[in-house]
Design a protein. Structure first.
Lengths: 464, 182
């Protein structure tokens, strides 16, 4: 990801803006981050936000209950469009879930110090996004209570999963990703949970954080094994994060449907995943740092760097769109050419134009440092990019499925209330509700790593 | 633990900076202390070596986990596709190994990650809800901004007054007894 930071700009910003507000000590970073969890009273903003997101979570549960009662017929899907919103949302959410591990693992290996104050939060976001993503393939199976058929287990019927199928690869990729993300997150949290235990203000906090921290006591022997495990997890998560969206893209590219059967899919899906993931990190970080006064930890430099990562990955995505068209016309394959024209002139062309506007045109504003330094502009852009990435999945799935090879098999798709309810239930419900719970229950910034950053700052100052 | 010191776990010195702690830990090793542990709010380079920790076993455990995960995954897929549930699809070969790579890769990573985390916890003897060092009131600062060196009573060279003098000699600010309450 070093491409995201042109060398000229880096030095310029490194001089002008610190990663951590000057003047912080070990105690001040610890106090400030721990106070959000331990002492700060529940504000009206938090309560209102939690109430709304809880209501949306209930909407999600209602939508799923109704789905289980009536079957997938309550959605807008029908042959030939068997993959409607469920798979659009799945791919979108799992893509968003890529930023956390990217920030935590890949940037850790590349020794990018700016990751420190956003990694914990981004990892949490990853977990919640993967939780939302995991719901969709499960509920779209029609008979979700049979979903365990996808796992290899010695069944009395003597049948086994088809391991040559990308759908089975997907089961393994997503469940591995969820598990490893959880482990990585928990290992990172361990010393911070011990910090919270040591500063607990009441018995409940002491017991809860005491149990969660497992008796971590900051011993040098603990740290030695811990650092070794953390580095190895980062090394393991790095190929993993690239593999997950690659496997998701196999769900499409292994099939022969026009618009899906392309070799550009794996890299272009991964770039899109990072693109939307960083957009979501910005969407959540900007209100968070404001609400809890964390501007000293998540500085303009972080926002600026994330904006550059978005710009770079956005350009890779734009290249992907270009290559899709180029290959269609270069190959001369009539189905591919037809699909390209469907995107531009077909019944769903508005979605394609909106996609180009959201994902390619508007983000070019990020070339201007004025835009990258404007918090409101970044917030709006991040929302636009999130929308654009959702549209991308809609375009890929719906346009290809509605018009494939034989006109007699064509169809149209329009989502129903329950499609929208499920989507809204994850975005404004489950996902955001978990974020609300997270910021008040666990340290949103890695405290021990911030102390390390303070230490490095002190060490650097000493010689001069 | 010996009879007459049944309740003493060791002596703990408190330091203000990581550099002081590091030099104290090195001096303790030079003085011949072997049962020493240091407590710091963040990892400090060289400290584990200074208190005589040998190379971590975590990498080896992780490797074993990854190897086990990968072999299990490929073995299972081979066994399912070739031996117990073969399906003839247009005469294609049963051992279609390239199609088995994604799951093999995923389970390699999964096995290695689980072993890395469980191995790290096991080597650190966690979960361990109680430890005598928690009885030292000032020890809570080990997770904020204080650095501690504990010389344990089971060290053959340990002697209450001499060790206390040693800790004061290496500039420990507070020296406190760590008692093991039954």
């Amino acid at each position: 990801m070093s491409t995201a930071e042109p060398p000229v700009n880096t030095t310029h910003i490194a001089r002008s803006e610190p990663l951590l507000e000057p003047g912080h000590t070990y105690a001040s970073v610890t106090d400030k981050i721990a106070a959000v969890v331990l002492t700060r009273p529940l504000g009206i903003g938090w309560l209102a936000g939690f109430t709304v997101t809880f209501a949306f979570t209930m909407l999600l549960l209602i939508a799923i209950t109704w789905l289980f009662t009536k079957g997938v017929g309550i959605w807008g899907i029908n042959i030939p469009i068997g993959w409607g919103f469920a798979i659009v949302n799945f791919v979108w959410w799992i893509g968003i879930g890529h930023a956390g591990t990217l920030i935590s693992a890949i940037l850790f290996l590349l020794n990018q110090k700016w990751r420190t104050s956003i990694n914990r939060f981004a990892e949490a976001m990853t977990l919640f996004a993967v939780a939302c993503a995991g719901i969709f393939p499960l509920i779209h199976t029609g008979r979700p209570w049979m979903a365990y058929y996808m796992f290899p287990y010695p069944s009395t019927m003597g049948i086994w999963p088809q391991f040559r199928s990308p759908l089975i690869w997907d089961v393994f990729a997503v469940s591995t990703y969820g598990t490893v993300s959880l482990l990585f997150w928990y290992v990172g949290l361990l010393p911070d949970l011990a910090t919270l235990r040591d500063r607990a203000k009441n018995r409940v906090q002491q017991i809860v954080y005491g149990m969660l921290s497992m008796g971590w006591r900051n011993s040098a022997r603990h740290w030695d094994n811990y650092q070794s495990a953390y580095l190895l997890l980062a090394g393991l998560a790095t190929p993993l994060v690239l593999s997950v969206h690659t496997v998701v893209s196999f769900d499409f590219s292994i099939a022969i449907v026009p618009g899906w059967h392309t070799t550009i899919f794996p890299p272009y899906f991964v770039a899109g995943a990072i693109y939307s993931g960083f957009a979501m990190v910005l969407t959540l970080t900007i209100p968070l740092r404001k609400a809890y006064g964390l501007e000293g930890f998540i500085t303009m430099r972080h926002l600026d760097t994330m904006a550059k990562v978005m710009l770079a990955t956005g350009l890779i995505v734009a290249y992907g769109y270009f290559i899709e068209f180029f290959m269609a016309y270069y190959s001369g394959n009539k189905f591919d050419v037809f699909l390209a024209e469907q995107r531009l002139h077909g019944p769903y062309r508005h979605f394609y134009y909106a996609l180009l506007l959201c994902n390619i045109l508007t983000p070019q504003l990020l070339w201007f440092s004025k835009v990258r330094r404007s918090v409101p502009a970044l917030f709006i852009l991040s929302l636009i990019i999130n929308t654009g990435m959702w549209l991308e999945r809609f375009v890929i799935i719906i346009i290809s499925l509605t018009r494939d090879f034989v006109p007699s098999a064509w169809g149209r798709y329009s989502p129903t209330f329950w499609d929208y309810a499920t989507l809204a239930g994850t975005i404004f419900g489950l996902f955001t509700m978990l974020v609300f719970l997270f910021v008040r229950g666990l340290p949103a910034i890695a405290i021990a790593e911030m102390r390390e950053l303070v230490h490095e700052g002190l060490a650097r100052k000493e010689p001069s | 633990m010996t009879e007459h010191r049944a309740h003493l776990h060791g002596l703990m010195g408190e330091f203000e900076t990581p550099e002081q702690l590091l030099s104290a830990a090195e001096k303790a090793r030079e003085a011949g202390y072997k049962r020493v542990d240091a407590y710091t709010p963040f990892p400090i380079e060289g400290l584990a070596e200074a208190i005589g920790t040998r190379r971590s076993w975590v990498p080896l455990i992780t490797f074993i986990g990854g190897l086990g995960g990968g072999l299990t995954a490929f073995g299972l897929q081979y066994w399912v596709a070739v031996i117990t549930y073969p399906q003839n699809i247009g005469g294609r070969s049963l051992n279609s190994w390239p199609a088995f790579i994604p799951v093999t890769f995923e389970l390699t990573v999964l096995g290695a990650s689980i072993f890395a985390v469980v191995g790290m916890l096991a080597l650190n003897k966690l979960p361990q809800p109680y430890h005598p060092v928690f009885n030292v009131h000032r020890f809570a600062a080990a997770s904020t901004d204080r650095f501690f060196l504990c010389i344990e009573a089971r060290d053959p060279k340990f002697n209450l007054s001499e060790t206390a003098r040693f800790l004061q000699g290496v500039n420990a600010q507070h020296v406190s007894e760590v008692n093991d309450e039954e």
